[in-house]
Design a protein around this ligand. Structure first.
Ligand code: GDP
Length: 356
């Protein structure tokens, strides 16, 4: 499954956020190195379309798509040198498909900041520098190995070329994601700064409605996406039922909880989309990549669906809602029979025809 690794300096609110993500109530401890075990939290991708589908099909239950998060220890200055709990934990994010960097924006004299002051831009520089150093170390180890393998004709020279180019980019201070290099040949290295990033600003409640401040912070990380939340509010929100949560969101001037935002933006950053299926049993969202064709999408439900694929009956969610039923959509010509070259769109409501 695709996962997003959560990183950040100690005491920025990672544990608080992660506890909210997993709906666990593990006490977030107020000292550096509190988070030591990597953990996985799976959250639902909010999708109001499922409720509508369930009404149309009288479905018993809703099954939204999910996004997985891996919680990783705080990175301290010197992490790449093996100081603190560094390297071992950096190893855990190599597996992640994207990285969510939590940045402290809240002021609270009771919570120690590792560098003495709240400074989002400085914190991001510290983290980026550590991730760059970690990537440099990975490449410095890999390049001599690739050189030998290329001489022995065991490895494609393109691998070595990509590794050397990546090292040069890092040496000149560039994050690999911004380098424009083709890193596909060295994908196995799991280079950290080549992954897509999301920035999660953990801010005081007042900032949630301060568009000027939010724009300033978002500008620091553009073109990466920024999510603004108050981890403390998030941990309270998950304790409430839907109505009370909606009331609390409204009271804090938010339209959507931070966790919902994070799931949505995370999903998008991973380059994912969903298609929908529905029947009396369930209304369900299935996760696929952007640009996937119908048989590959069918394979997410079952490999037999992909192997025996014949056709897909596709109705766009909007058309289905307008028509009110599949029968009506068919009679109005809104149900399309698509073949194996059909490129799936987000929100397609699908029924696959296949040979067994
Ligand atoms: P981690 O080290 O990054 O995992 O940080 P924690 O989640 O353990 O948080 C460190 C401390 O900051 C804890 O005492 C939290 O209660 C507190 N904290 C976390 N988020 C917020 C927040 O949004 N506002 C305030 N005031 N305190 C927070």
């Amino acid at each position: 499954a695709l996962t997003i690794g959560i990183v950040g300096l100690p005491n920025v609110g990672k544990s608080t956020l992660f506890n909210a993500l997993t709906k666990n109530q593990v006490l977030a401890a107020n000292y550096p190195f509190a988070t030591i075990e990597p953990n996985v939290g799976v959250v639902n991708l909010p999708d109001p379309r499922l409720k509508t589908l369930a009404e149309i099909f009288k479905s018993e239950r809703l099954l939204p798509a999910t996004v997985s998060f891996v919680d990783i220890a705080g990175i301290v200055r010197g992490a790449s040198e093996g100081e603190g709990l560094g390297n071992q934990f950096l190893a855990n994010i190599r597996e992640a498909d994207a990285i969510a960097q939590v940045v402290r924006g809240f002021a609270d004299d009771d919570v120690v900041h590792v560098d003495g002051e709240v400074n989002p831009a400085g914190d991001m520089e510290t983290i980026n520098a550590e991730l760059q150093l970690a990537d440099l170390q990975t490449l410095e180890k890999a390049i001599p190995r690739y050189e030998k393998e290329v001489k022995g004709k065991k490895t494609d020279p393109a691998v070595l070329t990509a590794a050397v180019a990546a090292k040069d980019a890092l040496d000149s201070g560039t994050l690999l994601s911004a380098s424009g290099l083709d890193l596909e040949p060295i994908r196995e290295l799991g280079l950290l700064t080549s992954k897509p990033f999301i920035f999660v600003f953990n801010v005081d409640e007042g900032v949630l409605t301060d568009d000027v401040r939010k724009a300033e912070l978002a500008a620091l990380v553009a073109p990466a996406q920024a999510v603004f939340l108050d981890a403390k509010i998030e941990s309270e929100l998950i304790e409430l039922d839907d109505d009370d949560a909606a009331e609390m969101l409204a009271a804090t001037g938010q339209e959507e909880s931070g966790l919902d935002q994070l799931a949505r933006i995370g999903f998008d950053t991973l380059g994912l989309q969903t298609y929908l299926t529905a029947g009396p049993k369930e209304a369900r969202a299935w996760t696929i990549g952007k640009g996937w064709k119908a048989p590959q999408a069918a394979g997410v439900i079952h490999t037999d669906f992909e192997k025996g694929f014949i056709k897909a009956e596709v109705i766009s969610f909007e058309d289905l809602v307008e028509c009110g039923s599949v029968l009506e959509a068919r009679s109005r010509g809104k149900a399309r029979l698509e073949g194996k070259d059909y490129v799936m769109k987000d929100g397609d409501v699908v029924e696959f025809r296949f040979n067994t």
